[in-house]
Write a protein that binds this ligand. Structure first.
Ligand SMILES: [Zn+2]
Length: 273
């Protein structure tokens, strides 16, 4: 089994192992983002510490997944337990990086989508806990997508820019409309920049589909909870996780919906720019 790379055909297994390791390292960074961004703590200082005894964590105790297993989930110094969330995020990130390279190739696009998936994982957890979609994640990912469209193997730059504009614009209208009609904040600036980020990765057609799919997923979950007779009336859950899952669905299967729609309208000329 081989994988096509800018350096010719490479054996797939060692490549995926390296990709998984890199993904786990970014997962380690995702853990830092998940804890520090909502707390508005610097990402660089202080270096990783045990929250219990506050001793710095040495590099050899900070190897993704491996160190947690070696330390048996306890701090080397004070033996305080280390949450399973750390190795779990790292392992899932390793899998997401492999998935991205499998789907988008060993290329700039594969790297960008790997970072997107790990970023989405961080956004889902941060939004569930704090109702935040930090710009510190969505803005760099937008830039990564636009650079990929301008110079590498991603969407044509025009498609990416229009996608970012449509995502930003539609969410901005929804946010302002929601404030005007409901007289309360239904959406935040975080959603608006998320829209721009998603659009820069998938273009305007799929970013609209993403919004539709996210709303559908939200509605389905609400109906499901009602069926289970859970007390959901008047409760709310953040929209970010639905957007993130919808974006991944659109990345993998959205083109089928677009092709069907183009056929439905009577030919490819209907949606050309
Ligand atoms: Zn400790």
């Amino acid at each position: 089994m081989t994988i096509l790379s800018p350096w010719g055909e490479l054996p797939a297994v060692p490549v995926y192992l390296v990709v998984a390791f890199l993904g786990a390292c970014f997962g380690s960074f995702a853990n830092v983002l998940i804890y520090r961004l909502p707390a508005e703590v610097s990402l660089i200082k202080p270096p990783s510490r045990c929250p219990h005894c506050e001793k710095d964590i040495a590099w050899y105790d900070n190897i993704p997944v491996v160190s947690w297993l070696m330390l048996r989930a306890k701090c080397r110094h004070c033996k305080a337990p280390i949450s399973i969330q750390y190795p779990l995020i790292e392992a899932v990130s390793a899998g997401l990086a492999v998935l991205a390279v499998w789907k988008f190739g060993l290329s700039y696009s594969g790297m960008a989508h790997g970072l997107l998936f790990i970023g989405l994982l961080s956004l889902i957890i941060i939004d569930l806990r704090h109702w935040l979609l930090p710009f510190a994640i969505t803005i760099p990912l937008t830039v990564i997508a636009l650079i990929g469209s301008a110079f590498f193997d991603m969407l044509p730059l025009k498609v990416s820019l229009i996608g970012a504009g449509v995502g930003f614009g539609v969410f901005l209208l929804l946010m302002l409309g929601g404030q005007w009609i409901l007289k309360k904040e239904a959406m935040g600036g975080g959603d608006v920049v998320f829209g721009a980020m998603a659009g820069s990765f998938v273009g305007w057609q799929l970013v609209l589909l993403m919004m539709f799919v996210a709303s559908a997923l939200g509605t389905l979950l609400a109906l499901f909870l009602l069926l289970l007779r859970k007390d959901v009336v008047g409760r709310s859950i953040p929209f970010g996780p639905f957007l993130a899952i919808a974006l991944v669905i659109c990345l993998f299967w959205g083109h089928y919906a677009i092709e069907w729609y183009i056929g439905f309208l009577g030919g490819p000329q209907a949606l050309t720019f």
